[in-house]
Write a protein that binds this ligand. Structure first.
Ligand code: CA2
Length: 144
């Protein structure tokens, strides 16, 4: 059974409370329930983490190697700023897939650059919660 670490970045715990026009009305709890459904269908085991702290995300990635087979990450705002998270993914032996709810390339200019995409196996974005489900399927396909 493949083991996947899911990492949700800053403020994603507040989904469903604001900006429904951008992110929809879905909550993180509902996204996690959808991810667990995909995992059950694909016979994968998930550990799901959310953090508002860059260093904590770096630590999660750094400690993942022995316990997991892959990482699915929505780095949220750190997508556009974090050399530390990029370096942690780069240093990790695990394949990572980056996901975003929104299409960052159709939004403000400061969101139109991902420091993470070049070190991810692939990126799924713009499909709302489906970005996560497609990203998880793709990651599982990669490591099978
Ligand atoms: O589209 C995505 O998934 C993002 O990673 C979401 C981040 C944003 O900074 C990225 O540019 C794109 C923001 C997640 C926080 O969203 C909130 C939603 C409702 C209330 C508060 C925050």
């Amino acid at each position: 059974m493949k083991r996947i670490l899911i990492i949700h970045g800053p403020n994603l715990d507040r989904l469903g409370t604001r900006e429904p026009q951008v992110y929809g009305k879905i909550t993180l709890k509902e996204i996690n329930a959808g991810l667990k459904k995909v995992a059950a269908k694909e016979k994968a085991r998930l550990v799901i983490a959310q953090s508002n702290h860059e260093g904590e995300i770096v630590d999660l990635i750094g400690k993942a190697a022995e316990k997991f087979d892959g990482i699915l990450i929505n780095p949220a705002a750190y997508t556009h700023t974090s050399v530390a998270i990029r370096d942690a993914l780069c240093a990790s032996s695990l394949p990572a897939v980056e996901v975003h709810l929104s299409n960052i390339y159709s939004r403000e200019e400061f969101r139109q650059k991902s420091l993470i995409s070049p070190v991810a196996k692939g990126t799924v974005l713009g499909f709302g919660p489906k970005s996560y489900y497609l990203g998880l399927e793709a990651l599982l396909d990669l490591i099978r």
